[in-house]
Design a protein around this ligand. Structure first.
Ligand SMILES: [Zn+2]
Ligand SMILES: [Zn+2]
Length: 80
């Protein structure tokens, strides 16, 4: 199972839930969930990557390019 976003196979196409603008990928969510994550201050405390049970889902941190709102998206991994 591979994540098409991590492997740059397809572009990430998500819209900001706040303003509807394009949001850009900021990498795997797990890379952002450290103790000094900028998302800690942005209201993401309490979101747990532990919910992602296996590699069928790759959770990505994304940020709206217009309003800067951070959120997460779950990318369905591909069978190869
Ligand atoms: Zn990924
Ligand atoms: Zn936005």
């Amino acid at each position: 199972m591979i994540c098409p976003i991590c492997n740059a196979l397809i572009p990430l196409k998500v819209s900001c839930p706040d303003c509807g603008s394009v949001a850009e990928d900021e990498g795997r969510w797990s890379d952002w969930s450290g103790p000094y994550s900028p998302y800690e201050a942005a209201g993401f405390v309490g979101q747990r990557e532990a919910e992602v049970a296996d590699d069928a889902i790759c959770q990505h941190a994304v940020r709206c390019i217009r309003c800067g709102a951070p959120f997460t998206v779950e990318i369905a991994a591909w069978h190869v």
